[in-house]
Write a protein that binds this ligand. Structure first.
Ligand SMILES: NC(=O)C1=CN([C@@H]2O[C@H](COP(=O)(O)OP(=O)(O)OC[C@H]3O[C@@H](n4cnc5c(N)ncnc54)[C@H](OP(=O)(O)O)[C@@H]3O)[C@@H](O)[C@H]2O)[C@H](O)CC1
Ligand SMILES: [K+]
Length: 511
C-alpha cells in the first residue's frame, strides 16, 4: 500500500473532487461516514459517553460529521469545539450548522483551560482537533488540552492523525501530541506512523478507503510503501513442478567463532527452511561437530583455526554468500573478510560483526558486490553512517549511503524498513517477541535463502522481512511473546509461506 505525503493527499483530494464531480463537503461526509461505520460496528449502540473534540479546520469538520451520525444513531455524544483560531474552514462551518440544527444540546466552545470538560475513565474520546493540516507545534491552552486528554484514562480514537503529530517531520520531545489508542486514517497510512520516534502516538492503526481517484493513486510515486500480505504475495515466485535442488541455489554462510556457532546454525537453518536448495557453512574448526549434529542438512567446511575465521579457503561458487553472524572482529578475520569480498561477485548478505567490520574499515565497502544486502539494527547503522538528528535525517543519510555503495539496507526495528535507492518498503508483520537473541541471524538466513532461489536481492529483502515477521507472529501465537525464541522463527517459516499462499484472506494492504 502506498504511503503518501500530505501534499500528495491534498492533490488526490482535488483530482477526486474534479473527476467524481463532488464537493469537498461531500468528500468529508464520505470520509467521516466511514469512521462512523467503524465506531458503530465496534460499539453496537453501547451507552458509552462519547466526547468528540473538534478543531475548526477540516479535521474538525470530520469530527462534526462523525458526531452528527453518532447522534442520529442515539449515541450519548458531547461535542467540544477547540476554538484555536478565528479562521474556520467552510466545511467545518456548514457541518457546525448541521449539528446545531440536529439537537438543542449544542457543541461546547472551548476557549481556554477553564473550559476543559471532565474526562472519565470509561469515556470514549474522538480526537478531531488537527489532521494533516498541522504546520506548527501546538501552543498554550490547546497544547494543555492535548496533555489533559492524554492524562485521562479514556480510550482515544484519533481521526486521520493524532493531533499534534506532523505528517512530514518529527515533533520535539516537549511538543504536545495526542497519544491515541487507535487511529483511523484516510486512504493511506502516513510515514510517521512507522518511525520509531513517532509510532507510539498512533496506537493501533486502520486505513479507511474513502474512494480517492483510483487512477491518480495508481500512478503517483509514493514516498514509501507498506508491505502487507497482498504486496508480499505479489513478490512470490511459484515453483516449477519439474525442478531439482540445483534450481533453488546454493547458500554459503560464513560466520561463527568459539561460543557463537549457534548464530550460524540459526542462519543456515533459516536459509534451508526458506527453500534454498543447498546450504554450506564455513566455520572455525570448533564449529564442525556442532553444525553436523544440529543441522545434518547443511554441508560444513572449516577454517584452519579452531576458534575464529582466519582464511576462507573455498572455491565454492555459491549463489549468495551470507557473512557476519558471530564472526568477531579479530584482525585475521578482517583480512579473511577482505579476501572474501574481493573474490565474491554475486550479491552478499552482511549482518552483525560483518557490519561492524565495515564501520571500522570503511574502505572495505568498495569491494562489496553491487546489490548486496546489509541488515543492521539501529546501533549498527549508526556505527556505519554516523549519528542522525531525527528519523527523517536518518532516512536521508541511509539514502546517501546506499547511493554511494549501490546497496540495499534492511533497517531492523518494530517496523523493519528496506531501503533501495529512492524507495522505502515498510514491513507490517512482526511483534515484540521477536526482540530475542538470534532473530537477526534468522533474518539473514531467510534473505539469503530467497536470493539463492533467484529472487532479486531487493525483493528477497522485502519478501524475506515480511515472511520473517509472519513466522514471528505465528511463533508468538504458539508460544507467546515471552516464550518464543528465534529458533521458532526459523522452524515456522513453512507456516509463514503457507499463510502467504493460502487463498482465504481478502484484506488487501494489511495482514
Ligand atoms: N483526503 C483526505 O484525507 C480528506 C481529509 N479530510 C480531513 O481534512 C484534514 C485536513 O484538514 P485541514 O483543514 O487541511 O487541516 P487541519 O484540520 O489539520 O488544520 C486546520 C488548520 O489549522 C491551522 N494550524 C495548523 N497548525 C496549527 C497549530 N499548531 N495551532 C493552531 N492552528 C494550526 C492551519 O491553518 P493556518 O492558516 O493557521 O496555518 C490549518 O490549515 C485531514 O486530516 C482529514 O481529517 C477531509 O475531511 C476529507 C478528505
Ligand atoms: K486528529
Amino acid at each position: 500500500m502506498k504511503i503518501l505525503t500530505a501534499s500528495q493527499i491534498k492533490e488526490a483530494d482535488k483530482i477526486t473532487m474534479n473527476n467524481q464531480e463532488i464537493s469537498s463537503e461531500d468528500l468529508m461526509e464520505r470520509a467521516a461516514t466511514q469512521v462512523f461505520k467503524e465506531i458503530h460496528e465496534r460499539l453496537q449502540g453501547a451507552d458509552i459517553p462519547i466526547k468528540v473534540f473538534c478543531g475548526v479546520g477540516n479535521n474538525g469538520g470530520d469530527g462534526l460529521v462523525i458526531a452528527r451520525l453518532l447522534l442520529e444513531h442515539s449515541y450519548k455524544v458531547k461535542v467540544f469545539i477547540v476554538n484555536y483560531s478565528d479562521k474556520r474552514s467552510p466545511d467545518f462551518l456548514s457541518n457546525y450548522d448541521k449539528i446545531k440544527n440536529l439537537s438543542n444540546d449544542w457543541p461546547v466552545l472551548l476557549k481556554g483551560e477553564d473550559d476543559f470538560p471532565e474526562i472519565a475513565m470509561g469515556d470514549f474520546v474522538v480526537d478531531a482537533i488537527f489532521g494533516i493540516g498541522l504546520n506548527r507545534p501546538l501552543e498554550g491552552w490547546v497544547a494543555k488540552l492535548v496533555n489533559f486528554i492524554n492524562k485521562s484514562s479514556a480510550f482515544v480514537l484519533a481521526i486521520d492523525m493524532p493531533s499534534g503529530l506532523f505528517s512530514d517531520k518529527v515533533s520535539e520531545e516537549e511538543d504536545a501530541v495526542i497519544k491515541a489508542n487507535f487511529t483511523l486514517t484516510f486512504q493511506t497510512p502516513k510515514l510517521v506512523f512507522f518511525l520509531p520516534s513517532t509510532m507510539d502516538y498512533v496506537g493501533e492503526m486502520q486505513v479507511l478507503d474513502i474512494g480517492l481517484d483510483r487512477a491518480f493513486l495508481s500512478e503517483i510515486t509514493p514516498s514509501a510503501q507498506l508491505i502487507g500480505r497482498q504486496e508480499a504475495r505479489s513478490l512470490y515466485n511459484p515453483r516449477n513442478k519439474n525442478s531439482h535442488k540445483g534450481n533453488f541455489g546454493h547458500v554459503l554462510v560464513v560466520g561463527g567463532s568459539y561460543g557463537k556457532i549457534g548464530s550460524v546454525v540459526l542462519a543456515t537453518t533459516a536459509s534451508l527452511r526458506t527453500g534454498a536448495g543447498l546450504s554450506t557453512v564455513f566455520v572455525p574448526k570448533c564449529g564442525y561437530e556442532i553444525m553436523q549434529t544440529s543441522l545434518p542438512e547443511a554441508m560444513v567446511m572449516t577454517d584452519e583455526n579452531y576458534e575464529m575465521i582466519t582464511d576462507i579457503k573455498t572455491d565454492l561458487d555459491a549463489d549468495v554468500v551470507c557473512f557476519g553472524m558471530g564472526v568477531g572482529r579479530d584482525k585475521s578475520t578482517i583480512v579473511a573478510f577482505k579476501e572474501l569480498l574481493k573474490k565474491t561477485k554475486k550479491p552478499m548478505v552482511i549482518d552483525a560483526d560483518g557490519l561492524n567490520i565495515f564501520s571500522e574499515n570503511n574502505e572495505l565497502l568498495q569491494y562489496l558486490p553491487e546489490n548486496s544486502v546489509l541488515t543492521p539494527h539501529p546501533k549498527e547503522l549508526q556505527r556505519l553512517i554516523g549519528e542522525w538528528t531525527d528519523d527523517f535525517d536518518k532516512i536521508k543519510k541511509v539514502q546517501d549511503f546506499i547511493r554511494k555503495y549501490r546497496l540495499i539496507v534492511v533497517l531492523k526495528g518494530a517496523h523493519t524498513f528496506v531501503f533501495e535507492q529512492g524507495n522505502i518498503y515498510i514491513n507490517s508483520t512482526g511483534n515484540p517477541g521477536m526482540a530475542t537473541a538470534g532473530s537477526g541471524d534468522v533474518l539473514s538466513g531467510v534473505i539469503s535463502g530467497l536470493i539463492s532461489q533467484k529472487y532479486e536481492p531487493l525483493f528477497a529483502a522485502v519478501l524475506g522481512v515480511y515472511l520473517h515477521g509472519k513466522s514471528g507472529d505465528i511463533s508468538a501465537e504458539k508460544s507467546s511473546y515471552e516464550g518464543m525464541i528465534s529458533g521458532d522463527i526459523a522452524e515456522n517459516m513453512g507456516l509463514a509461506f503457507s499463510d502467504l499462499l493460502s487463498e482465504n484472506k481478502t484484506n488487501p494492504g494489511s495482514d
